[in-house]
Design a protein around this ligand. Structure first.
Ligand code: SF4
Length: 443
């Protein structure tokens, strides 16, 4: 299917989702975590620091596999329809005297948020929330509705595809098959059994995209790093890998994965590691070993894009695609988020150039933060990067507490276009650019 046809399919499919006929109500929670819908207040969205009343067509039924989160010590903000003004809800109207806390949706993979859940912190000294995304969600006529859209029709991480019994048996088989392979042990015991990582689950099930964590170290200190944080930072979601697998361990586990029928790929660069480019020599050898046993499947690398020379070596060795993470295309905000050690957007741009020189596929892992991402200045800065030949834009939800993030990067609001307008403009400027959520299969 051609790019244009895929784009049309996406637009048509968006219409398949029902929208609420009225205004979804505000959700709130009590300190025990029970969730209520407010009898009068409407759900509002947060866009940067602004409050927005979302259009009905911006809500879709909360996708299966999403989770609702209570935001402790953060009061929800809704719209009072009588006065048409936003109000913070400090108290549970059903149990006076008891505080009301905000509720947000962590969307299932393949869905991108349009607004965040607004809230007012109860105190100034709060620790940041864990590293999830916090999308706006409401209640209307018997169901939850989230402000989101489906950004990818790939099913590789759908919750319904992971049967716990089948997974347990497959994990035990993998351990028995590779008793001395430390990478397999890490993927099974940490990623599958502790963290329920969907990519690692697909590895043990022998299908789709398999993860290859390799690097215990990094050359950045991202505000939202999942695997390393200072004591005052957000809770670490995944312990970082403590060893570097050998090229032989990688090839032993991943060669057979790429020989499996159906669409398959392997990806270096995962949440439980630092940046894989710091282990480029190991990856280079692993790619060569894998390609000795099969030419099937895509070999991809997810990275911060900081080391163009290392990336070029990998392109020469046979890396098919790269996905570079981008919190912002603006230098000031990029540095404020990555807190990088000796590199910046120029290295990212050079990484893209080198990959394109070898005709390799380039995606951006673009962190979507409504109100911040869709600023006009960001559109211009992102357009410059896309013009280097980027093939694919992955619309990933920014997994970070919204107000904490804005404060930490020293955010100064600019002109926000709205995410839908922002994406429409990008489609117009870059007709060949593909949009989605996952790394695409290339062979
Ligand atoms: S680049 Fe990745 S591993 Fe390194 S600090 Fe940022 S999130 Fe963590």
């Amino acid at each position: 299917m051609g790019t244009k046809e895929k784009g049309d399919k996406l637009k048509d499919s968006v219409k398949l989702y029902p929208h609420p006929e009225g205004r979804p109500r505000l959700l709130f929670a009590d300190p025990a975590g029970r969730i209520y819908d407010h009898p009068e207040l409407y759900a509002l969205g947060l866009s940067g620091y602004d409050l927005v009343l979302p259009e009905a067509e911006e809500f879709i039924p909360l996708p299966e596999g999403s989770a609702l989160y209570v935001l402790p010590d953060r009061h929800p903000v809704g719209l009072d329809p009588r006065t048409e003004t936003p109000v913070a809800l400090y108290e549970n109207p059903f149990r006076p005297g008891e505080p009301a806390f905000a509720v947000a949706a962590f969307l299932a993979p393949a869905h991108t948020q349009l607004y965040l859940a607004p809230y007012e912190p109860a105190r100034e000294d709060l620790s940041p929330l864990p590293l999830y995304s916090y999308a706006c969600v409401g209640w209307w006529q018997g169901r939850f509705w989230a402000t989101a859209f489906r950004s990818d029709w790939d099913i590789r991480q759908e919750a319904r595809l992971f049967d716990p019994e089948r997974l347990e048996a497959a994990a035990a088989r993998k351990l028995a098959q590779y008793p001395r392979n430390r990478l397999v042990r890490h993927l099974v015991e940490n990623c599958v059994q502790r963290y329920q990582c969907p990519a690692a689950r697909n590895f043990v099930l022998g299908r789709f995209e398999a993860p290859i964590p390799v690097s215990p170290s990094c050359n950045a200190r991202c505000l939202g790093c999942l695997s390393e944080q200072p004591a005052t930072g957000p809770h670490v979601a995944q312990d970082r890998i403590t060893f570097v697998p050998t090229p032989e361990e990688i090839a032993e586990a991943m060669g057979p994965h790429l020989k499996r029928p159906g669409p398959v790929m392997v990806s270096f660069g995962q949440g439980c590691e630092g940046d894989p480019l710091l282990q480029a020599k190991v990856i280079e050898k692993a790619i060569v070993l894998i390609r000795k046993v099969t030419s099937r499947g895509t070999i991809n690398l997810n990275t911060n894009g900081s080391l163009p020379e290392a990336l070029e070596r990998l392109a020469r060795a046979g890396l098919d695609s790269v996905r570079i993470s981008l919190a912002s295309a603006r230098e000031y905000y990029h540095r404020a988020y990555f807190r990088s050690k000796g590199w910046g957007l120029e290295e990212v741009r050079e990484s893209i150039r080198r990959m394109k020189r070898y005709r390799r596929f380039v995606s951006l892992n673009y962190f979507i933060f409504p109100g911040f991402t869709d600023e006009r200045e960001e559109l211009e800065a992102l357009s410059e990067i896309l013009a280097l030949g980027v093939d694919f834009l992955q619309l990933r939800n920014f997994a970070i507490e919204p107000l904490w993030f804005l404060e930490k990067i020293g955010y100064r609001p600019g002109e926000s276009l709205g995410l839908r307008t922002f994406l429409k403009e990008l489609r117009k400027r870059f007709p060949g650019l593909r949009f989605g959520y996952f790394n695409p299969y290339l062979r």
